[in-house]
Design a protein around this ligand. Structure first.
Ligand SMILES: [Zn+2]
Length: 259
């Protein structure tokens, strides 16, 4: 016998029926084999244009290669309600939440979304046409959770359908996928044309070596000549430092403008 998670009332879903509304308390629940969990959705606040604007902002931001917004071309866009297993648990006396994708996705980063509890509202059957049904069984989700948060005490598991825009874009002959959360405008992507860090590391490394050499001048001076070596070393260090600093800063600025 299946009972409502919220009120304990008896539920009699039809064979194969997964999305159920409790006839007693109106809670919407999801039936996974023998388990019943509460079923939530989050309302979108962004339309397609605003979602695309959020994607463009992310593309022109500091994570991605320079001018990605201008050099890439959006080739596809779809609106979906994506299913996530939502775990409320306690660890060391503190309440936390965790998400796990309940359907296959190439953007597993979606599980990093922050879902404010106040935004959860009962799932409505009107969303069915735009909602992806869970394809990852709850049992698999629970196994994943037990492995990742060993020792944590699960207090509640529910199913949440989050509204997302899934964008495909083309950059240098390759297609990428990015997901925009239609409630918070958060952009999520696993693989994207990232800003290369190597040039920055090179500048940083060279600067460190240059200043270390300069800093050693007074020490060397003191070793060579006990009387005036330290002073001469300090003057050389200071003088060359004044010349080196603007060159390194200019170089760093040039790299920042290029990458
Ligand atoms: Zn109920």
């Amino acid at each position: 016998m299946l009972t409502c998670t919220q009120c304990g009332g008896e539920l009699h879903p039809d064979e194969g029926q997964q999305f159920v509304t409790c006839p007693y308390c109106n809670a919407t629940v999801y039936v996974d084999k023998s388990r019943v969990v509460l079923h939530w959705s989050i309302a979108p606040t962004l339309d397609a244009a605003k979602a695309q604007a959020a994607l463009r902002r992310w593309m022109s931001g500091s994570q991605t290669v320079k001018d990605l917004d201008e050099k890439s071309q959006i080739t596809g866009q779809a609106f979906r309600y994506f299913p996530l297993w939502y775990f409320r648990y306690k660890t060391n006396g503190q309440e936390r939440t965790a998400l796990e994708p309940a359907a296959a996705t190439s953007v597993t980063e979606i599980a990093r979304l922050n879902l404010p509890a106040g935004d959860l509202r009962p799932y409505d059957a009107n969303l069915d046409a735009d909602a992806d049904a869970p394809s990852v069984p709850l049992e698999a989700g629970m196994a994943w959770f037990a492995e990742k948060f060993a020792g944590a005490q699960v207090q509640e598991i529910s199913l949440v359908h989050v509204p997302v825009f899934i964008f495909k874009y083309l950059f240098q002959g390759q297609t990428y996928t990015a997901v925009v959360d239609a409630s918070s405008a958060t952009v999520l992507a696993n693989i994207y044309p990232a800003k290369s860090e190597l040039p920055y590391r090179t500048v940083g490394g060279v600067a460190a070596v240059v200043f270390l050499c300069l800093a050693l001048m007074p020490v060397m001076g003191a070793i060579v000549n006990e009387e005036s070596g330290l002073m001469v070393g300090l003057l050389i260090c200071g003088g060359l430092g004044l010349i080196a600093a603007p060159i390194l800063i200019a170089w760093a600025a040039w790299v920042a403008g290029k990458v």
